[in-house]
Design a protein around this ligand. Structure first.
Ligand code: ATP
Ligand code: MG
Length: 284
C-alpha cells in the first residue's frame, strides 16, 4: 500500500484530488480525517499542510507527495526526488520593490532588507549572485512589508501580479518558476516503485490530454498531403477511405488553442465536415 501526502486545504488540495480522480483513483474527500484510503487503487491519502509535505516524504512517513516545487526547494534540508511536474498550481517566486523606486539591477539589494516566507531560496539566490542582503523571514502578508517600513523589497509568490500592483509594488526579478510536483522518498523500495510507475503513467495520460481535442475531417484524396501539413499527427496519421471514392477522413489530436486556425486552413484547401470532439483520455 502506497501513502501519498496531499495538501489538506488550500490552493493545491482540489486540483490534487481532481488529478487522482481523473487518473481513475477514488478517495474520500478530507472530512477532517488525516488519512483516507482509496477504494480502487492500493493507495491511501495523508492530508497535511503543504509546509510539512517535503519532510514527511523525505523521511518516508509518506512514500509520495504532491506539493509546490517552491516548497520542495525551500525545504531542501529534507530532500525528496521530483518525479513529475504536474502542470497546475503555476506561479513564480519573484523579487519586487516599491514601484516609484528606481531599480538599477540586482545590486539594488546590496545592504538592503527583503521580507519573505522563502528565506532559503532567497539566500542561495543572493549567495550565488554575490549579493549581501538582510533577509527578514515573515510568515504572511509579505506584500505589505515595504509600506510599513519593515523592508525595502519583498520576495514572494506571484501568479497574476495583481497583489503586487494593489500594494504599489513592481516585480523586478523572477527567481524560480513553480508548479505542483509529484515527489517520492529517495530510494523507495522497488515493489512500491512499480505501483508508483503505474500512477505516473496515468498522470501523464491525464496531463497530456488536457487542452486537446479530437478532430475528424474529410478531405479530397488529392489534398491529403497538404492537409497533413496543417494537422501533423502524433505518429502516423489515421487515414480512412470514405464510401464516396476520391475522399478520405483524417483523424488527429489537436491543441484546443489551435482548433479554429486549423479548421479555417483546412476549409481553404477544400476540406469538408470538420468534426471536433472532446478528448477523454490519451494513453500513450
Ligand atoms: P497550508 O495551509 O497548507 O500551509 P499555504 O497557505 O501555505 O497552505 P497556499 O496558499 O494554499 O499555501 O498555496 C499552496 C501552493 O500553491 C504554493 O506553495 C504554490 O506552490 C501554489 N500557488 C500557485 N499559485 C499561487 C498563488 N497565486 N499564491 C500562492 N500560492 C500559489
Ligand atoms: Mg504552507
Amino acid at each position: 500500500m502506497l501513502r501519498i501526502a496531499l495538501q489538506s486545504k488550500g490552493r493545491l488540495n482540489e486540483k490534487s484530488l481532481e488529478l487522482l480522480r481523473e487518473a481513475g483513483i477514488s478517495v474520500e474527500e478530507n472530512n477532517r480525517k488525516l488519512l483516507a484510503r482509496s477504494s480502487n487503487f492500493p493507495i491511501e491519502v495523508l492530508y497535511l499542510r503543504d509546509d510539512d509535505i517535503p519532510q514527511t516524504v523525505s523521511c518516508g512517513i509518506a512514500d509520495l507527495g504532491i506539493v509546490g516545487y517552491n516548497e520542495v526547494m525551500e525545504r531542501s534540508s529534507h530532500p525528496v526526488e521530483v518525479l513529475q511536474h504536474l502542470e497546475f498550481g503555476k506561479c513564480r517566486l519573484s523579487l519586487a520593490i516599491p514601484k516609484y523606486v528606481e531599480y538599477p539591477g540586482l545590486e539594488f539589494f546590496n545592504g538592503r532588507k527583503v521580507a519573505t516566507s522563502y528565506p532559503g531560496i532567497l539566500k542561495s539566490y543572493f549567495d550565488g549572485k554575490g549579493i549581501v542582503c538582510e533577509i527578514r523571514e515573515i510568515a504572511g502578508s509579505v506584500e505589505v512589508s515595504p509600506s510599513i517600513g519593515l523592508a525595502d523589497g519583498i520576495f514572494d509568490i506571484v501568479s497574476s501580479g495583481s497583489t503586487l500592483v494593489r500594494n504599489g509594488l513592481a516585480e523586478v526579478e523572477t527567481v524560480l518558476e513553480s508548479d505542483a510536483v509529484l515527489v517520492v522518498t529517495p530510494g523507495l523500495e522497488e515493489e512500491k516503485m512499480r505501483t508508483v510507475r503505474t500512477l505516473m503513467s496515468r498522470f501523464t495520460s491525464v496531463i497530456s490530454s488536457r487542452g486537446k481535442k479530437y478532430m475528424l475531417v474529410n478531405v479530397p484524396n488529392g489534398k491529403i498531403e497538404e492537409a497533413l501539413k496543417i494537422i501533423p499527427s502524433m505518429k502516423s496519421p489515421t487515414l480512412l477511405p470514405l464510401a464516396d471514392k476520391g475522399w478520405s477522413a483524417i483523424h488527429a489530436v489537436v491543441d484546443e488553442s489551435e482548433v479554429w486556425e486549423k479548421a479555417d486552413r483546412l476549409k481553404q484547401i477544400g476540406a469538408e465536415d470538420i468534426l471536433i470532439l472532446s478528448m477523454e483520455k490519451l494513453i500513450i
